[in-house]
Design a protein around this ligand. Structure first.
Ligand code: H79
Length: 483
């Protein structure tokens, strides 16, 4: 399988339209839950499961390099893999007992970070359910822990005012009926049918048990078997929406009858938001085609579950994440930062620092983050632009050596900045609108002076109040230069 199968976008260029029966069930939504989604800004992902007990190694032997990521450790093969490895892994439920786990502490930390939604792994590829599912024996109920972890997370985050999305992997290494290829014989088809019924039952069960659920974040939907089940997934999406009106479903759930995933064969989004931005981000706003989206990001290079030994691996800093967050916001999306608690259920020290530092920045610059979205202006190398009806925010990541932050605006009317200040301190900044006098340049420029005594050690935000353009900002009539 190539990686392009699981998360890449279908080009939406002009193509002949194709008859599609299993296309979108809903168009662009503007109801309260979706408006809320657009203002989440920052989210938290939590990967927790049996793999968290291991941290990417077993008996002192590291799986790094042999397994794709720590949460994939069950797929460990080759010379370094322990004997009977999958059998050993599949029995980890017998020792699953994260005694330090305190969902309320997680939720407090997430609120301090400024997260407005959480995506929590209810079942990853290993098939182990973190709630006592009635449709499986492979759940927390069959572990020394016994507690309903999904329920604890839903309650704790809801109590902190953080919306809950449930991560659910369709791909399932434990269910005997699961197959990646389309089944070709009777027994295979019966097994697959069983698996589909189990999947449907678990999803309805999750919505039934956890009515606070705002959305479902699907994963593991790229295998040929699931892709061929488009009739089933179309019906199931309908059923999930009926069961929980307002539910938000990402585009990774299903495909049309031609196998087009995320977008149907005519380029229409399959779901409420584009869910393909995993550890990568769109290059520009245009390529999003006006769709809602979020970008999910690991702090290390590619570890969603806990990794004990991160030596030699770059860990993103709070500055990296501020940059990524505002990059996402400038294109109208949410950034979701992943946390992988260790086997005892505790967040790592690095994650703790990230939550604190990112949280402090977001709290000081909240106006630029949550209610502000994409603005239709030229991007700037200085940082990221966000805005609302009356204000424009420039998050300065690259401080200009000139001490002047210059933004380019179309000259043909429209509102222009009339006042500037630093968002965190409220300090007023000098600014002026200039017509530099470039030939054939249909723009005016807003120059904001960044005083030398502003001692920023992180990105900072300049807030610009917008107003009607005055006489003084009109572009002068000049004679074109002939050459
Ligand atoms: O839960 C996290 C990842 O474990 C999960 N999505 C995030 C949120 C994820 N599972 N799979 N993928 C992402 C795509 C990975 C595909 C590959 Fe492979 C893994 C390509 C190479 C290694 C599996 C093995 C597919 C091809 C070979």
């Amino acid at each position: 399988m190539t990686t392009s199968l699981w998360t890449s976008r279908q080009p939406r260029d002009a193509r002949p339209s194709v008859p599609v029966e299993y296309g979108p069930l809903v168009g662009r939504r503007d109801d309260e839950p979706m408006r809320r989604f657009r203002r989440y800004g920052l989210g938290q992902f939590i990967h927790f499961g049996l793999y968290s007990l291991l941290g990417g190694e077993y008996d002192g032997v590291s799986a790094t390099g042999a397994a794709p990521a720590p949460e994939w450790i069950r797929a460990w093969r080759g010379p370094t893999a322990p004997p009977n490895w999958t059998d050993t892994y599949d029995r980890l439920n017998e020792s699953f007992d994260p005694t330090e786990l305190d969902a309320r502490a997680w939720a407090r930390q997430a609120r301090q970070m400024g997260a407005r939604y959480i995506i929590f792994t209810t079942k990853h590829h290993d098939g182990f359910a973190l709630w006592p599912s009635a449709h499986s024996d492979y759940t927390v109920a069959n572990s020394p822990f016994r507690r309903d972890l999904v329920g604890e997370v839903v309650d704790a985050y809801t109590a902190e005012g953080i919306d809950v999305f449930l991560y659910f992997s369709v791909l399932d290494w434990h269910h005997p009926g699961y197959t990646s290829a389309v089944p070709t014989d009777e027994a295979g088809r019966a097994g697959w049918q069983d698996f589909l019924e189990y999947t449907r039952a678990q999803l309805l069960e999750l919505l039934e048990r956890y009515p606070a659920t705002r959305g479902l974040w699907f994963d593991g939907t790229w295998d040929a078997s699931w892709v061929a089940s488009h009739e089933f997934t179309h019906r199931l999406e309908q059923e999930l929406r009926e069961k929980r009106p307002g539910l938000i479903i990402g585009s990774r759930f299903r495909n049309d009858e031609h196998g087009a995933r995320h977008f149907d064969s005519n380029g229409a989004l399959l779901g409420d938001y584009e869910q393909g931005w995993e550890r990568k981000l769109p290059a520009n706003h245009e390529m999003l085609g006006g769709n809602d989206w979020d970008g999910v990001m690991t702090i290390g290079p590619n570890a969603w579950g806990w990794l004990r030994d991160t030596s030699g691996q770059y860990q993103k800093t709070a500055d990296d994440l501020i940059d990524l967050l505002m990059r996402c916001r400038s294109m109208g999306g949410n950034l979701v930062v992943n946390f992988g608690p260790d086997g005892s259920g505790r967040m790592t020290a690095h994650e703790g620092r990230i939550a604190e530092q990112l949280g402090a920045w977001v709290a000081a610059n909240a106006d630029a983050v949550y209610d502000a979205g994409h603005v239709d202006l030229d991007p700037t190398g200085l940082g990221w632009l966000t805005g609302d009806d009356d204000r424009l925010f420039l998050t300065v990541v690259n401080r200009p050596v000139t001490g002047i932050a210059r933004l380019r605006f179309p000259a043909d009317g429209g509102r222009l900045p009339v006042a500037a200040r630093l968002l965190d301190s409220g300090r007023a900044l000098e600014m002026r609108i200039t017509d530099i006098g470039y030939d054939l340049d249909a723009a005016v420029y807003c120059d904001v002076v960044i005083p030398a005594d502003v001692r920023a050690t992180r990105a900072f935000v300049i807030e610009l109040a917008l107003g009607e353009a005055g006489e003084s900002t009109a572009k002068a009539e000049r004679i074109d230069a002939w050459m």
